[in-house]
Design a protein around this ligand. Structure first.
Ligand code: ADP
Length: 629
């Protein structure tokens, strides 16, 4: 007896859209159903690797009945159990379907079509869809029927072998709306569609095709008969010669194989022969997958052995920092019977992974050199991955990645590589300088930039949280070390001036000591600055953690209590310093109050929250009153 069930809400919405669509690409339904069939065979084949009984001659059969307007697609894949019919066809099951579900409410079928609409696309051309299926895991077969309304039915069915038969009863032609579905039961159209969308499918897609035998006697009529023919070329795209593959073919393949609706930013197709022989076809998506930075994102490449699918996301084939790369590897050196555990240890696979890593790197370098515009586009989206890659594992990948990293600088709004920075370095410049901040403008306004601006040194802008952490791992580039404009000695002034300042520091030590006392334990030192020119004071970090790193760490969910040591620097050439000296002579206590004001101001410039804003405000008010007495 047939059981009637309701579709899930989203599915109902989608069905409604499908049925009422004026979608111009209705024909993609065939591609969707063939891909499903091919996936189902993949799944069966995977099981067959460890259960020989399941092995069979795989195929996808298309049958047409022009009179009854029926189109049937039969596969001998894994099949559906009763529960699977309910859960997979009663609801949208797509794994990457979050955006898609959100998209439904906008009711734009063109957009939805771009996602690859799967099974439901059948309803764009069919008024009734029947699925008869037997799972390899079940003794019984079942029949699922729906007219695309709110419900579907499930009943028992007769079917000898495992697999699935999907029958579409075409919709009636609607002359008024110029909708005609007749062609979907014609041989030529189906042949055409298979070539266009499904040529790369690895299993034979077969159909009874009309053939003509022409007798030698030209006057005689040809003999017409039907013969089972394979419609697809069966050569997987990646096995074809690169020169024979068009850009469209790559794009079409990518979109469908990896569920994307935009063409890829970059295609990397490589054939390697030698100690390990393999082909890899890799894609860099134009848009980062929406969940790329979530824990749920699974990196990995599809793995094939001699054109036969082994597994979907092999993590070991791609390093974390290239996790955004999608694609596949097909090797003739892998044994088909490898279990997942064995794969992990497989030496061949490790070698492949390492050449793939190098290949991606070299392709990116080429892009950086030859097509900077494209590389910039790439870097904007994925640069952060490379930076994390540099930071991870205490820098084991730094050699590999350091030339792919780029920064904007105080002199360039375009990204600059470290190599380019070093090439343009000033003659007397001994370090690579960087400044951390939110924008170029805030960085240029920093008091710590005074002398660097005067010397016209280029300063790397560190705008991402990770930047400083990463550079601490990199440490040097071409023998030049990295210097934060806000930490330690900037090495900007010459020896004699240096000496003079050291001397002055000693002479003024009691004043500086008094200032420090006023700040209690907030700073480790108060000293005369070697980096300020026009600005009166600034805060800099001592050894180790910088203040910017402190900010990042304190914002982490784990709430790390990391503290940078802070040094308050005073500009000895500024009027402020002379004033402080005068005040100190008359009233040593007063200087301590001023120290607090100066310290808080320096904090404000750094964008660090004040420890005690009320105290600061009171001190300022007091100062205004006193100065006007
Ligand atoms: P998608 O294929 O994108 O997951 P579909 O709506 O096309 O979404 O299919 C839903 C699910 O139904 C598939 O994920 C698969 O598990 C199952 N399925 C579809 N077609 C077949 C088939 N011919 N044989 C076995 N299972 C299938």
């Amino acid at each position: 007896m047939a059981k009637t069930k309701q579709f899930k809400t989203e599915s109902q919405k989608l069905l409604h859209l499908m049925i009422n669509s004026i979608y111009t690409h209705k024909e993609i339904f065939l591609r969707e159903l063939i891909s499903n069939a091919s996936d189902a065979i993949d799944k069966r084949h995977y099981l067959a690797l460890t259960n020989a009984e399941l092995m069979t001659d795989y195929s996808i059969l298309i049958e047409l009945d022009e009179k009854k307007r029926l189109l049937t697609i039969t596969d001998n894949g894994i099949g559906f159990t009763e529960e699977e019919l309910v859960s997979n066809l009663g609801t949208i099951a797509r794994s990457g379907s979050k955006e898609f579900k959100e998209g439904i409410d906008n009711a734009d079928i063109e957009i939805i079509g771009q996602f690859g609409v799967g099974f439901y696309s059948a309803f764009m051309v069919a008024k009734k869809v029947t699925v008869i299926s037997k799972s390899v895991n079940s003794e019984k077969a079942f029949k699922w029927v729906s007219t695309g309304s709110a419900t579907y039915t499930i009943s028992d069915a007769d079917k000898e072998d495992a697999g699935t038969i999907i029958t579409l009863e075409l919709r009636d032609n609607d002359e008024e709306n110029e909708e005609n579905y007749d062609e979907y039961v014609t041989e030529y159209k189906i042949k055409d569609l298979v070539k266009k969308y499904s040529d790369y499918v690895r299993y034979p897609i077969q159909m009874d095709v009309t053939k003509y035998d022409y007798p030698e006697d030209k006057k005689k009529e040809p003999i017409v008969y039907k013969e089972l023919d394979t419609l697809n070329s069966l050569i997987p795209l990646w096995k074809k010669n690169k020169t024979e593959i068009t850009e469209e073919e790559y794009t079409e393949f990518y979109k469908h194989q990896f569920n994307d609706y935009t063409e890829p930013l970059k295609v990397i197709h490589t054939k390697v022969e030698g100690a390990t022989t393999y082909t890899s076809l890799l894609f860099i998506p134009k848009k980062a997958p929406f969940d790329l930075y979530s824990e749920k994102y699974e990196k990995g490449l599809q793995l094939y052995s001699r054109g036969v699918f082994i597994m979907d996301k092999n993590k070991d084939l791609i390093p974390d920092y290239f996790r955004f790369v999608k694609g596949l590897v097909d090797s003739s050196d892998l044994s088909l019977n490898l279990s997942r555990e064995m794969l992990q240890k497989d030496k061949q696979l490790k070698k492949i992974a390492s050449t793939i890593e190098k290949k991606i790197k070299s392709e990116l370098e080429k892009m950086q050199k030859n097509d900077r515009e494209q590389y910039n586009e790439f870097y904007k989206i994925y640069g952060i991955n490379l930076k994390y890659g540099m930071y991870e594992g205490y820098g084991i990948n730094k050699e590999l990645l350091q030339d792919l990293i780029m920064f904007k600088t105080t002199k360039s709004d375009d990204y600059v590589t470290l190599k380019e920075y070093v090439e343009k370095i000033q003659k007397d410049q001994k370090h690579i300088y960087y400044a951390t901040g939110k924008t170029k403008e805030t960085i240029l306004a920093l008091p710590q930039m005074d002398l660097l601006k005067e010397k016209d040194y280029e300063v790397l802008l560190f705008l991402d949280d990770i930047d400083e952490f990463m550079i601490n791992i990199l440490m040097k580039y071409e023998d030049l070390d990295f210097k934060s404009v806000a930490q330690g000695d900037l090495d900007l002034i010459d020896k004699s001036e240096n000496k003079k300042l050291d001397k002055l520091n000693k002479e003024k030590s009691s004043l500086l000591e008094a200032l420090k006392e006023g700040l209690e334990d907030k700073v480790s030192e108060v000293k005369l600055s070697k980096r300020l020119k026009d600005s009166p004071v600034c805060l800099v970090s001592g050894e180790g953690l910088t203040m910017e790193m402190e900010k990042v760490l304190q914002n982490m969910p784990t709430g790390q209590d990391a503290k940078a040591t802070k040094i308050l620097e005073i500009n000895p050439n500024h009027d402020l310093f002379k004033t402080l000296e005068k005040v100190y002579e008359n009233d040593a206590e007063k200087v301590k109050e001023y120290a607090k004001i100066l310290y808080n101001q320096a904090l404000l410039i750094e964008g660090i929250p004040l420890d005690n804003p009320v105290e600061f405000s009171n001190l300022m008010v007091k100062l205004i009153i006193e100065s006007n007495k």
